[in-house]
Design a binder for this molecule. Sequence first.
Ligand code: CUA
Length: 158
Amino acid sequence: MHIHKYEKWWLIFGTTTLISFLIIIGVSAFHAGAHPNNSKWTIDYEKVDEISPFDNPGVHKVEGKDWEYEVVLVASAFSYNPPEIKIPVGSKVRFIATTKDVIHGFEVAGTNINMMLEPGYVSELVTTVDKVGEFTIVCNEYCGVGHAMMYSTLKVVE
Ligand code: CUA
């Protein structure tokens, strides 16, 4: 079969584009599947309680950082530690979270705070809490029989 030089060039160009496209898709799919969106580093999930900062869960005021509060959070079936989070309105907050057992979610209803917590990974998110109120924190990943009972509260106060 005779292929015109010009057509052949387009064929090569088309094939190259298609291959690059498939590689990009493949690579991004791999990355998305490899660890949760907000994950920055890994952790031995069986030793979470001994590893800083998770040896001290809670709300901590910090100095000299880009944010004023750090919320260190440990999820496990079927609760969060700390069980309640209280932060003054207008604060810039860094949430640092992980799980001690299975995959859990950390979603603060009515805000942009939403993280997936996967065993072996630390997830984090920096945000400013700018609305006063009580927000329900829910686990949005199915984690077992107690899943529906897994929630806590974020209190943003004046
Ligand atoms: Cu934890 Cu669902």
